[in-house]
Design a protein around this ligand. Structure first.
Ligand SMILES: Cc1ncc(COP(=O)(O)O)c(C=O)c1O
Length: 393
């Protein structure tokens, strides 16, 4: 029977990683894959994670199953981290999931269970996995305008006009912060306008927050998510710990269903059911480390300090790059790079220029010209600036 399988579309980013590895040139710059890197190109294990792992090794005396929804103290700690004190806990239901991707997948399945005809409004562009999971699940998607190719900021008028066509029973998927792949984000007043559209249309928001702490800080990055959760009758939040705790391979995430009008036993029970059907108990190792860090003053302080170093380091790289480009181009047209937030910026270069930069200068960025800013360091910023100007972007 397996002879009937057909080839799957190759993953563009994984192909790019392969090309980078096979490129024999010394001077090459990897801005492709979406993991944080320090100035030496390493993706570090954060200090607080190391300390928590050591402690865990000493105190953990069983690896037996935890709970279907995950460990309650993990869920509580994450609900606090993402939502602060904006929403009454009685309205929050949650399950731990394998990474943010697991949370996104479970959220889509939950939506399909509740309304098989729901249309999912996704930003154009969005994280490609949103699209491929929706296609795989056979769910209808509607791309709303988001990125303005001219300004490299948010096309907010276009976005609002498109969101207004949503109706009750539809879902509007928003990036909580640090939009992937563009780096262009909503301002506070823009979040308020989106909330108004949500309430006017009755559409349900789903927020994917995978980079809390990478943009403007832990609380600032969650502000839009918190404002939405506090202002609408129901919403879904998919959060990832992969980036802000640097535990990519531990697969740690959480799905929250904030619902006021829903029977709590049914809401929580359905989340548990979905976990049971898909993978039964969610992974615990990463979740345990996150819980230990968030619930211990010293570990939490150190984690926040290191996260802040990472965040400000990326901001510094953004500013340097924008400045180098201003000097070389004699214009301020690359100023958007310093305005964007998070790990990514969409440069807005045509696909043939992306290829040209790779071939001529060894710069590896995703085909849509998404650059991982964390892939730069003080030495490679001028190299990239040269390549961008040389290619005629
Ligand atoms: C927008 C967005 N959502 C979710 C995720 C999920 O990440 P993970 O499954 O590794 O936690 C990512 C990771 O790249 C992302 O960029």
């Amino acid at each position: 029977m397996f002879e009937h399988l057909t080839a799957q579309k190759p993953d563009g980013i994984l192909m790019l990683m392969q090309m980078y590895r096979e490129d024999p040139r010394e001077a090459k710059v990897d801005l492709g894959v979406g993991v944080y890197k320090d100035a030496t190109g390493n993706t570090p294990v954060m200090r607080a994670i190391k300390a928590a792992e050591q402690k865990l090794w000493e105190v953990q005396d069983t690896k037996s199953y935890v709970g279907l929804a995950g460990a309650p103290d993990f869920n509580d700690a994450m609900v606090n981290l993402v939502l602060g004190n904006t929403v009454p806990r009685s309205s929050v239901n949650s399950v731990a999931t394998p990474g943010g991707t697991g949370a996104v997948r479970q959220a889509f399945e939950l939506i399909r269970m509740a309304n098989a005809d729901a249309r999912i409004f996704v930003s154009n562009p969005t994280w490609p996995n949103h699209l491929s999971i929706l296609d795989y699940l056979g769910m209808e998607k509607f791309m709303y305008r988001y990125f303005d190719d001219e300004t490299r900021g948010v096309d907010f008028d276009g976005m609002i006009a498109d969101l207004k066509t949503a109706k009750k029973g539809d879902v509007i998927l928003l990036h909580g912060c640090c939009h992937n792949p563009t780096g262009a984000n909503l301002t506070g007043p823009q979040w308020d306008e989106v909330i108004k559209v949500l309430n006017d249309t009755g559409a349900t928001p789903m927020i994917d927050i995978a980079y809390q702490g990478f943009g403007d800080g832990l609380d600032a990055d969650a502000a839009g998510t918190r404002a939405v959760a506090a202002a609408v009758p129901e919403c879904l939040i998919a959060a990832s710990c992969s980036k802000n705790f640097g535990i990519y391979r531990e697969r740690t995430g959480i799905l929250m269903l904030v619902a006021n009008g829903t029977d709590k036993a049914i809401a929580q029970g359905t989340l548990n059911f979905l976990n049971r059907q898909n993978y039964s108990f969610p992974p615990d190792h990463g979740a345990r480390l996150v819980t230990m860090i968030l619930n211990d003053d010293a570990l939490r302080t150190d984690w926040m300090a290191e996260l802040e170093e990472m965040r400000t380091g990326m901001l510094d790289l953004r500013e340097r790059l924008a400045k180098e480009l201003e000097q070389r181009s004699g214009s301020n047209r690359f100023g958007f790079i310093a305005q964007h937030r998070g790990m990514f910026s969409r440069l807005g270069a045509a696909p043939e220029l992306v290829v040209k930069m790779r071939e001529d200068s060894g710069i590896y960025m995703v085909g849509d010209s998404r650059m991982n800013i964390a892939g730069l360091n003080a030495e490679t910023v001028p190299v990239l600036a040269d390549a961008i100007v040389k290619a005629g972007v």
